[in-house]
Design a binder for this molecule. Structure first.
Ligand code: GDP
Ligand code: MG
Length: 140
């Protein structure tokens, strides 16, 4: 029996602006992952910096912060066996053309490596940190 884990997912501002929220959540539910939190939010500069702390100093960091704070996004916590890897599988690789294959969210709907529609935690440790950042009141 696989241990249940949680992952933090964002439907980034491009996904909300392009009205892809329903489709993306539908894919999450079809995969079998359970929603334990779901909220439309506006990322503050502080939360954005905390969320993308690992990318500070990279050439695309200022642009990434501007993008992620540019409008409303959907933050969610998903739960299920191997939830971290399962969501990254249905999201597809970071570069939506070179890495994400058709059938994935990015592979089907995105062209830009920055505006690539979704975020999913990359490890259970990252998930724990990101869930505390976006949903400080959510109980374990
Ligand atoms: P992810 O885990 O697949 O989301 O990818 P990373 O953790 O490597 O990067 C975080 C986010 O930064 C990506 O999802 C993109 O939105 C953005 N990003 C990554 N690489 C680049 C890049 O080379 N250029 C730009 N403009 N944005 C990037
Ligand atoms: Mg990442």
């Amino acid at each position: 029996m696989l241990v249940t884990e949680r992952t933090l997912v964002l439907i980034k501002p491009d996904g909300v602006a392009r009205a892809l929220v329903g489709d993306i959540i539908s894919r999450v539910e079809s995969k079998g992952l359970t929603l334990v939190a779901l909220e439309l939010k506006q990322a503050t500069e502080e939360v954005a910096r905390g969320h993308y702390a690992e990318h500070e100093g990279k050439p695309f960091y200022p642009s990434l912060l501007e993008f992620i704070t540019s409008g409303p996004l959907v933050a969610a916590v998903l739960e299920g066996p191997r939830a971290v890897a399962a969501f990254r599988q249905i999201a597809g690789g970071t570069d939506p053309v070179e890495k994400a294959v058709p059938g994935t969210i990015r592979g089907d709907f995105a062209l830009s490596t920055q505006n690539n529609l979704v975020h999913g935690s990359d490890s259970p440790e990252s998930a724990e940190r990101e869930i505390a950042l976006w949903f400080p009141d959510l109980r374990a």
